[in-house]
Write a protein that binds this ligand. Structure first.
Ligand SMILES: Nc1ncnc2c1ncn2[C@@H]1O[C@H](COP(=O)(O)OP(=O)(O)OP(=O)(O)O)[C@@H](O)[C@H]1O
Ligand SMILES: [Mg+2]
Length: 308
């Protein structure tokens, strides 16, 4: 089934088969940050094996596929994001206003968000993390930061696992202590943890600031991709945005109302690096059609810069 057929099937209300991920094993003890840093290949809290074939059947990027349209689209999406990280890394050694101690943004953090629910945040963040993990000199950590929905954790049957919220509620535990290895090379996963009513306050807390800083510093080659909540129906997406160096705003082609997109961009207007990705675009490619990712641009960029 092609991507367009899968998307059309979803439009008709027919759900493609749900992947049946194998449950994570939770046998390893929780390790302190110091222990984790001290060993280069650090022990993880457990393991979550992706059912790669079932995910591919649902239209997700398979780590094995390098030449598909989706693989190309994901490359087009990740390349400018990784370039921005590279530029920030080059600057990090030099003190500047952007990298000063008061800056809470971690150069290797990317949040995927959208104006409204259901526009493709979890789909995009999962594919993006899989694509980044395919880089030779990068690894990826995919974080379920949409604690109210927990779709990412649900997708991998991890809703019973401890995760981000436990690390925020207990200042003695580092979030990486709940990170799970996966069967995709260089890809790790941090479940959301238990749902909380005060997630906005947890995200705004000093503990969160510390946790985000150490999550960023633990592995210099790791890119952390956050599957975030929607901006217009939650308050926590905006709070989370302040920790991110880059934000990817997913817009559903032909569906997201223009005023919703403008409102979401307005909420992010102070953020230095927001890119928009058009999801579920349909476009001719020879005789073939594909759903995927269209244009992207960043705030503060000229059209020429964005086009480069
Ligand atoms: N480009 C795409 N091609 C095919 N299917 C897609 C695409 N984008 C999203 N989907 C599918 O659309 C549905 C909604 O996407 P997803 O769950 O990623 O949205 P979301 O923004 O995370 O939603 P929520 O706000 O509820 O968390 C899912 O079934 C997903 O697999
Ligand atoms: Mg989601």
């Amino acid at each position: 089934m092609s991507t367009i057929e899968r998307a059309a099937a979803q439009g008709n209300g027919e759900e493609p088969p749900t992947p049946t991920p194998r449950p994570a094993r939770k046998s390893e003890p929780v390790h302190s940050l110091e222990e984790r840093i001290s060993s280069r290949r650090r022990p993880l809290a457990g393991r979550c094996d992706f059912d790669i074939d079932a995910m591919a059947a649902r239209g997700f990027l398979s780590p094995k596929e390098g030449r598909s349209q989706l693989a190309r689209e994901m490359r087009r999406m990740k390349r400018p994001l990784l370039l921005n990280i590279r530029k920030a890394e080059a600057l990090l050694g030099r003190p500047s206003a952007e990298t000063g101690p008061k800056d809470m943004r971690s150069h290797n953090f990317i949040m995927v968000t959208s104006a409204l629910p259901g526009e493709g945040k979890t789909y995009t963040s999962t594919n993006l993390a899989i694509s980044i993990a395919a880089e030779i000199d990068r690894s990826a950590l995919l974080v379920d930061a949409d604690v109210a929905k927990r779709d990412l954790s649900r997708q991998f049957d991890l809703t019973g696992d401890r995760g981000l919220t436990e690390a925020l509620a207990d200042s003695s535990v580092h979030p990486d202590a709940f990170t799970l290895a996966t069967n995709v090379d260089r890809l790790e996963l941090l479940p959301s943890g238990t749902s909380r009513d005060n997630i906005d306050e947890l995200y705004a807390s000093v503990t969160m600031q510390r946790r985000m800083r150490s999550l960023s510093r633990l592995d210099p080659n790791r890119v952390v991709v956050f599957d975030g909540p929607p901006l217009l129906v939650t308050t926590e997406a905006k709070v989370l945005a302040q920790y991110m160096s880059q934000i990817l705003l997913v817009v559903e082609s032909g569906k997201t109302p223009q005023d919703a997109v403008l409102h979401a961009l307005k909420l992010l207007e102070e953020h230095p690096n927001v890119s928009v990705v058009l999801n579920k675009t349909s476009r001719p490619l020879g005789s073939d059609y594909g759903y995927g990712y269209g244009c992207g641009y960043g705030y503060g960029q000229t059209e020429e810069e964005a086009a480069r």
